[in-house]
Design a binder for this molecule. Structure first.
Ligand code: IMP
Ligand code: MG
Length: 177
């Protein structure tokens, strides 16, 4: 039987490190949104953000509404990258404060597309929260409001993040061989 961490060469962030950092981010979010009039609309990007989002939201003592979006991207590099929306949000975000939760921001194309799309619906505010950020890989300018960790240009897995659909259930973030 294959173990869930077969092929992982290094642990980058342990469960404990992720929890400590998530608590800090959760406090910031709680503080920033404590006076909003409506529920905070939290939109997770499938599938990679599901573990982070579940853990983060349970650390935030605010009234939230949860939904998910799913995108697919083809190719890489400036001209060939096309991001398509496969699942849109189900609720009305017009006039609401919206927080996008992502696993990793790499080139930035995914979030650029999502933000452009959501902004056409006139949310009251739109912010981004990510578990991981790869600044050296960025090709489009993205303002990240909440970022747990910057990482080098490494391919990482675990804590929701996959390689060919494997490793999502690792409790930590690791690097594959
Ligand atoms: P971007 O559009 O280039 O910013 O791509 C972000 C998406 O690429 C993330 O949501 C991930 O799905 C995927 N991705 C980027 N880096 C990694 C990685 O190291 N491991 C697994 N998926 C990654
Ligand atoms: Mg993703």
């Amino acid at each position: 039987m294959l173990s869930r961490d077969e092929g992982v060469s290094e642990v980058l962030f342990t469960e404990e490190q992720i929890l400590v950092r998530s608590k800090e981010i959760a406090k910031e979010i709680e503080n920033d949104y404590k006076n909003i009039e409506n529920k905070l609309c939290v939109i997770g990007l499938l599938k990679g953000s599901y573990v982070f989002m579940a853990d983060l939201l349970r650390l935030i003592n605010l009234d939230v509404q949860v939904d998910f979006m799913k995108v697919s991207s083809y190719g890489n590099g400036k001209n060939s990258t096309e991001v398509r929306i496969l699942k849109d949000v189900d609720f009305q975000i017009s006039g609401h404060d919206v927080l996008i939760v992502e696993d990793i921001i790499d080139t930035g194309y995914t979030l650029e597309k999502i933000c452009d799309h959501l902004l056409t619906r006139n949310p009251k505010s739109l912010k981004i929260c990510t578990l991981l950020n790869k600044p050296s890989r960025r090709e489009v300018d993205i303002k990240i409001d909440y970022n747990c960790f910057d990482i080098e240009d490494l391919f990482v897995v675990g804590y929701g993040i996959d390689y060919a659909e494997k490793y999502r259930n690792l409790p930590y973030v690791g690097v594959v061989k």
